[in-house]
Structures are given as structure tokens and as C-alpha cells.
Design a binder for this molecule. Structure first.
Ligand code: CUA
Length: 336
């Protein structure tokens, strides 16, 4: 195992997710690949120049005169000319290298910007302290989909992300797929991403945004086009009516004990829009923006004590009896 890979594994989140690509150093998207290429050109060229300069310096030190002379140095016109030409050539070479690197940077930036011209799908992301609201645009209003904290995209197709924030500056960064782009209040920034390979790619918020910045991650799930389309069709459906009596009781508790004031569950009376949409929460890999893996235990722990898990978040502690808590969790896990 290479040192870089060991470092990447060390930096990973404390829990592992099934199917998650752990090798963050390997680009899997067009944007990330061209940025990685540019970085390698800069690194190799700069290292070569540094080695050359240090080499020349060491030669000069080895050849220095150690004894002190009091008489003036004799004039050496031939040596002066060689020195002038050498310094002149180095200055010209430096100019050429800086111009070439600037040109390469420009070309990389241009190719990333051009990718946006071919985008067929637009996804709006609204960052909030500390979660992500994700809306899939569509010309047909009935196909506009709003979900949270997990982003699905089709492999091989450029997807345009329109980014904004409701509170402070956040940053959207899927290291294996593309560069960073900030989400700024009252402004819309864009970034286009094309995933080259299917996979689950972690995207941590990349701009310090307050107490729970480290608990603000999203997962980008790149999947074959037909899989993506069936995921989208399933997500567009309203929540299924629970068949189990305990889950039915949970739906009632959810609707009457305050949860519905903030969260929406399409197909029910819950229509709040200040917190993540929970219509298909059980289909996601994590809860609380990548903080806990999706499971009955995590849901129960989160509802019971959100301020213990994510202090400062807007999720309040709802006073539920153990039976009510069990019922709500039994209901939420049916929301596939
Ligand atoms: Cu959002 Cu850091």
C-alpha cells in the first residue's frame, strides 16, 4: 500500500459505508482528472527547477574561494560576457515557463467551464447550517424533485450544479470528481461535474461554516443512466402508506408532535420546508448530513438526542415517550 493511499485511508470518516470509494486520491471525474493533471505538471516542473537551483548553488559553494584577498580582482571581460548571457537566458526561460504554466491553467479552466455547455441535467443545491437541500430541475413541474443530503447523478453525463446558501458561506467539493465551488448567500455559483465511473463519492463541506462544519457532508452517488432514472422515478413518488400498525401510529405521532412543522413527507400532511425532506429518508445512506449511517438505531439516537450528536443544529429535542419514539422510527424506516 502506497504512503499516499495510507494517508487517504487515515483521513476517512470514522465509519465505512458499503460501496463507498475510499481511494480519494484517484480522480473519477473529468474535472478532477484535469485538475490532477495540472497539479502534477506544476509539481514535477517546480521540483525539477528547485533541484537545478539547489544543484547550481552547491557547485558554487564547493568552488568558493576560501582565502581572503586584499588586492582588487582582475578584470575578466570574457567571463563577464558568459555570466551576462547565462543570467539573461535564465530570465527568458523563467518568463517562458511562467507563461506556459499560465496558459495550461487557463486551458484547464476553460475545459472545465466548457463542460457546462453540454449539461443536460441541472441540480440546485442550497446549503444550510448544516445540511444540503437538493432539487432536481425539470421542464415538467411534476418532475421537479426535492430531497436532501444525498445526490444521485448519471455516469458519463455532465450535470450542472447551481449552488447557493441560506445563511453563511459553504463549499461544495467532491474531491474525486471535480474542484471546489462556494455556496454563497444571495448569489448563485455553478459547477459542472461529469462522473467517469459509477461509485459513491463523499463530498465534505469545504468551507468552515460554524460549529457543525465537520458534520456537513453529502454523498454523490454516480450510477448508470437507467439506474439513475429509476432512482429518480422512485423518489418522485409520494411516501407509501405504512401497513404495520406501529408505523401507522408513528405517522400520527410525526404529524401531531411537531415534526411536521419543519419536515416534509410528500403524500402526507407533513409539509414543513425548513428541514430536510424525509419522503424517502430510508433510501439514503446516512442521516444528519453524513453524520450517522442510516439505521433504526441511528434514527432513534438522533431523534432522542440531536443536540448531543450535533450540538447547535436546528433539530430540537422533541419530548417523546419511549413508545412514541419507537413508533416514529418504525414509520421512518418504511420511507424507502
Ligand atoms: Cu457547511 Cu462547512
Amino acid at each position: 500500500m502506497t504512503t499516499m493511499r495510507k494517508l487517504a485511508l487515515f483521513l476517512l470518516p470514522p465509519f465505512s459505508l458499503a460501496g463507498c470509494n475510499v481511494d480519494v486520491m484517484q480522480p473519477r471525474g473529468e474535472g478532477a482528472a484535469s485538475i490532477a493533471e495540472l497539479i502534477w505538471i506544476f509539481t514535477v516542473l517546480s521540483a525539477a527547477i528547485w533541484l537545478l537551483v539547489v544543484g547550481v548553488l552547491l557547485v558554487a559553494l564547493a568552488r568558493r574561494r576560501v582565502h581572503v584577498r586584499f588586492e582588487p580582482l582582475p578584470e575578466q571581460p570574457a567571463g563577464e560576457r558568459v555570466a551576462t548571457r547565462t543570467v539573461g537566458a535564465c530570465v527568458v526561460l523563467t518568463g517562458i515557463i511562467v507563461a506556459a504554466l499560465t496558459f495550461l491553467s487557463y486551458m484547464t479552466g476553460k475545459s472545465l467551464a466548457d463542460l457546462g455547455d453540454h449539461a443536460g441535467l441541472t441540480v440546485e443545491i442550497k446549503a444550510q447550517q448544516w445540511w444540503w437541500e437538493v432539487t432536481y430541475d425539470d421542464p415538467a413541474p411534476s418532475k421537479i424533485l426535492t430531497t436532501a443530503d444525498e445526490i444521485h447523478i448519471p455516469v458519463g453525463r455532465p450535470v450542472r450544479f447551481r449552488l447557493t446558501s441560506t445563511d453563511v458561506i459553504h463549499s461544495f467539493w467532491v474531491p474525486r470528481l471535480a474542484g471546489k465551488q462556494d455556496l454563497i448567500p444571495n448569489q448563485t455559483n455553478e459547477i459542472t461535474i461529469r462522473a467517469a465511473k459509477p461509485g459513491v463519492y463523499r463530498a465534505p463541506c469545504a468551507e468552515y461554516c460554524g460549529l457543525q462544519h465537520a458534520h456537513m457532508a453529502t454523498y454523490v452517488v454516480a450510477q448508470p443512466v437507467d439506474e439513475f432514472e429509476s432512482w429518480r422515478d422512485a423518489q418522485l413518488k409520494p411516501a407509501a402508506q405504512p401497513g404495520d400498525p406501529e408505523a401507522q401510529r408513528g405517522e400520527l405521532v410525526f404529524a401531531t408532535r411537531g415534526c411536521a412543522m419543519c419536515h416534509a413527507i410528500r403524500g402526507t400532511s407533513a409539509g414543513g420546508h425548513v428541514a430536510p425532506d424525509l419522503t424517502h429518508i430510508a433510501s439514503r445512506r446516512t442521516i444528519a448530513a453524513g453524520t450517522l449511517p442510516m439505521s433504526r438505531g441511528s434514527l432513534a439516537a438522533w431523534i432522542r438526542n440531536p443536540q448531543g450528536i450535533k450540538p447547535g443544529s436546528n433539530m430540537p429535542e422533541v419530548d417523546l415517550s419511549p413508545d412514541e419514539l419507537n413508533a416514529v422510527v418504525a414509520y421512518l424506516v418504511t420511507l424507502k
